[in-house]
Ligand binder design. Sequence first.
Ligand SMILES: Nc1nc2c(ncn2[C@@H]2O[C@H](COP(=O)(O)OP(=O)(O)O)[C@@H](O)[C@H]2O)c(=O)[nH]1
Ligand SMILES: [Mg+2]
Length: 472
Amino acid sequence: MMSASPTIAALATAPTAGAVGILRLSGPAALDVGRLLAPGVPVEPTPRHAYLATFVDAQGRALDEGLFLYFRAPYSFTGEDVVELQAHGSPRLLSLLLARALEDERVRPATPGEFTRRAFLSGRLDLTRAEAVADLVAADSEAAVRAAAAGLSGVLASRVRALEEPLRELHADLEGVLNFPDEAEGADAEAGARVTVLRAQAEALLSEAGRGRLVRRGARVALYGPVNAGKSTLFNRLVGEARALVDDEPGTTRDSLEARVEWDGLGVTLFDTAGLREAPGRVEALGIARTRELLAGVDLSVLVLPPGATDTEAETWLREAGGTRVLAVDGKCDVADARGRDGAHAVSQRAFTEAQPDSTVARASPGVTSRSRPRVSGLTGEGVEALRASMLGHLWGGGTPSAVALVSERHADALRRAAEALARASAASHASTLEVVSGEVGLALEALGEVSGTSVSEALLDAIFQRFCIGK
Ligand SMILES: Nc1nc2c(ncn2[C@@H]2O[C@H](COP(=O)(O)OP(=O)(O)O)[C@@H](O)[C@H]2O)c(=O)[nH]1
Ligand SMILES: [Mg+2]
């Protein structure tokens, strides 16, 4: 059968000068057109063999010398005939080669992600793996690279399949009983129990969306607290360079500063904020408003308290964080230690806190006591490693950041709908007719199909592949 799909062409490398630039062709005319550009290559080249070839213009004049690779359908990325020309990485040369390929009427420029889309449509990749290709290209931390690689090797795909297949069997059993009550008698036994198991599985997968989000866009962490608590000094220490201006005049930091770091492979954007205090100057007030806004949108806030802060003060500050998770620390612990050596301050402080409940993290709720607060000094570095580990622990929980099924917002949305349909199916299995249970199971199956790609619309595919680059 002749394939109706046109042959597509695009540069697979970035349009900047580099060692190598790649022109990629996919479709029935790929070999013909590839050979127009590299006429020295045999009419029937050996697939997957690297030919050293001269690339020529329309008049047959040499433009470059490079590698010619042919992948015969269906043993290629797209499942179609694919040709790759590896030339020297000159953007101008590559645009000449591309223009020459496009002169052939069987060829048109590829749209973003079209090679991967064809791979999906030909069944070479399921949708989660196709999306992992884009995740890998966009990955900007080691955790993101590793998670995308896991996606590419089918980690998410197999978990979705492990849910989709038994769900499809259940749906078939229920429909069988509904349509052929005599033959299929008894196939609906245990339907309620089967739904319960599948629902738990869908919810477990859904619960990984939070980690997926952290890996994908990195974690956002803000330091905040009263002026002069040592936030900027601690920020510099955590970032490992002197980014923030440090001064003993209160209110030095008026704007939020941010720096990107990578901790255990996880990308973290750290924010140093303006101190929050009463009756500030006008510019500072703007900074403070921005701090409040920022705190509402981070994954974790670190409240830095000055030495000797009371638990009542701490609780007042905790409320500033709104609904986000807060880790409270005592800053400038070297000062507190010095005072502890000279006098009674630290001792009375300890006596006061001994009676308090014990918790270091709160959702803007009371209970953070100075006894249980980690102590750090941005100046000496004391406690900073422990703080970093504690921050990671609160962001990530156990395990390492790379070990995650990369559940995207899109997947999460579909999984949520699947889990909700299964919840309704579960309720219906006790109370309603089998039609209702089967209908809900069918809806769950459809929602899951949007993740794996077994039931996706053209519009959804357009939206997904839009975020790819051309040539991918
Ligand atoms: N002894 C000591 N002084 C510190 C420490 N951190 C900051 N300071 C000093 O406290 C003042 C305010 O520090 P800064 O980091 O700008 O505080 P911010 O207003 O919270 O950002 C500066 O004079 C710092 O040198 C610390 O851990 N120990
Ligand atoms: Mg500051």
